[in-house]
Design a protein around this ligand. Structure first.
Ligand SMILES: C[S@@+](CC[C@H](N)C(=O)[O-])C[C@H]1O[C@@H](n2cnc3c(N)ncnc32)[C@H](O)[C@@H]1O
Length: 350
């Protein structure tokens, strides 16, 4: 295999694991990092792909370089089918949920969107439908999407050994939250968890499948999302762990029952904070999601939690702040992990 790949695509700096970060910084700062290839971890060292040699570092010729998969280029596929002036407006990215491709289309491209849809289906023969995405709206966080190629919108998305049945035209699924879904799949063992905004089971299912909590109470208000939540609980065989509840978490949540509360909603989550905190047992852990201006990350989100806790006579100890993704220009989706305890200090002063 290595013989077929040109030498210039196999050059790499070899660094001991302990020096890897410094070497990577150096390579990037010199502008010689080869972004088409992945950094490879070997047993005792790493190989950092480079475009040319770097003074002071050992250079190796990789036997099996690992390339990033290239996103197919729509401009080639659509040449002659849409006016040249529209080519720069073509989407450069999209995401795939099961067999459905979701793509944002520039308004000036609307007359040609069926060509775009067909070209995407040609790129991904296992997909059956392309949906044009116009955003997520309302308290149920519902997507506004229309089919521009194909018509089947129900699909099965598999990720991290979890099965998500969904209708991509009716319920949201955020690919940008993948790391957070994986993080949630590693916690909660043996606990009682309350997922206040369960959706189709974004966090509930990875946690139930991998960490096996004693119980997850998964609350969801939107009947469409609830329908898929129930189907997904059955398909992932976690009926004995997950109890789905159709309703408003503000009214159905119980006080003092949970070891852990997940608040996987953004924008309005602060309105539900006191309910989430009250659901915890003393010493329980809260995962508070919120969108905050990037220049106020993480303080703005931390302050929401500490203020809500104080209002209930509790103390919030921040354990972790996670920057999940860029939400919109200048805004980040953040998660604050906090342990909530009775505020003994306040009690002492009473
Ligand atoms: C933003 S979605 C969850 C997205 C998820 N964090 C992800 O990874 O994609 C939030 C869900 O909470 C539900 N929801 C909104 N308000 C609610 C409430 N008061 N009680 C229960 N569920 C609610 C919405 O219907 C939606 O399905």
């Amino acid at each position: 295999m290595s013989r077929a790949i040109p030498k210039k695509n196999r050059l790499a700096v070899r660094a001991e694991k302990k020096d890897a970060n410094a070497a990577l910084k150096k390579v990037v700062s010199l502008g010689v990092f080869d972004r088409s290839r992945k950094v490879i971890k070997r047993q005792s060292h790493v190989e950092i792909p480079v475009l040319k040699s770097v003074f002071g570092y050992e250079l190796v010729m990789q036997e099996e370089p690992a390339f990033y998969r290239r996103v197919p280029d729509l401009s080639h596929a659509l040449q002659g089918k849409i006016p040249m002036i529209c080519i720069p407006l073509l989407p450069r990215g999209w995401f795939i949920l099961g067999e459905v491709i979701v793509v944002k289309i520039h308004p000036d491209l609307t007359p040609y969107e069926h060509h775009i849809g067909q070209a995407l289906l040609d790129f991904y023969p296992r997909c059956c439908t392309v949906l044009a995405d116009e955003g997520i709206f309302g308290p149920f966080r519902e997507p506004m999407r229309r089919a521009i190629a194909g018509s089947r919108t129900r699909t099965v998305h598999k990720e991290n050994k979890v099965i998500f049945n969904l209708d991509a035209s009716l319920v949201m699924f955020s690919p940008g939250n993948l790391k957070e879904r994986i993080r949630m799949s590693r916690i909660g063992e043996g606990e009682h968890v309350v997922d206040m905004f369960a959706g189709i089971g974004y966090f509930t299912l990875p946690m139930a499948v991998h960490s096996r909590p004693r119980k997850i109470t998964a609350i969801e208000l939107n009947p469409n999302a609830y329908h898929y939540l129930c189907q997904n609980i059955r398909q992932n065989r976690v009926e004995e762990i997950v109890e789905p509840v159709l309703g408003n978490c503000a009214t159905v949540i119980q006080e003092g029952v949970a070891d852990r509360v997940v608040m996987g909603m953004v924008q309005v989550t602060d309105r539900y904070l006191q309910k989430g905190i009250s659901a915890l047992k003393p010493g329980g852990i809260l995962h508070y999601h919120q969108t905050v201006p990037s220049w106020r990350y993480p303080e703005a989100a931390i302050s929401d939690v500490t203020k809500a806790a104080a209002a209930l006579g509790c103390r919030a100890e921040v354990l972790n702040c996670v920057r999940v993704k860029k939400y919109s220009p200048g805004v980040v989706h953040a998660v604050i992990d906090a342990r909530i305890d009775r505020d003994f200090l306040a009690e002492d002063f009473i």
